[in-house]
Design a protein around this ligand. Sequence first.
Ligand SMILES: [Zn+2]
Length: 153
Amino acid sequence: MGWSTNIHFGPYLEIVKKIATIEQVQSCTNMKCANHQDYVGGPFCSKCGSKVDMLSIENVEYPTLYELEDKFDIDEDLFYCPEYPDRILLPNGIAKNTTVIDSENYSAIEIGDINVKKILDDFRNDPEYAVAIKALKESGIVELKFGIVNCCS
Ligand SMILES: [Zn+2]
C-alpha cells in the first residue's frame, strides 16, 4: 500500500461558481427554533413542540463532479475529481499533449517549447470532450485552465 501523489500537466477544469440546490428536509416549522432546518423525527419538535413538516432548504455550494455530471448529462467516465483539491476536474482519458507524472518515479520531465493555446484548443475540440466542455464553460460554473495540478490519488 502506498500513498502517491500525481502531477497532472496539461488542461484541467476548475469549479469556480457556487450554485443553489434545494434539499427537502423533515424539520421543525418554527423559524425561531434551534431545530429549524435540521432533521427532526416524529410529528412534533422535541425542543419547541411545533409541527414537523417537509421543508425546502436552499444550499449554495460549489457543485460536486457528480452533480455536474447529472446536471449537464456528462458521461461519468469523462472526468475525475481528486479528493484534494476537490474543485479540480481532470480529464480521465488523458488528452493529447498531457502528461501524468507519478511522484514516486523521480524524474526530470522536459517541457520544452509548448503552445498552450494550441493544447487548450485541441482539448476543447477533442470529440470526446467538446460537448461537455462547451456546456460547462457556458454555464459559468467551470473554467478551462492549463497548468500543473498536484493531487493525491
Ligand atoms: Zn422546534
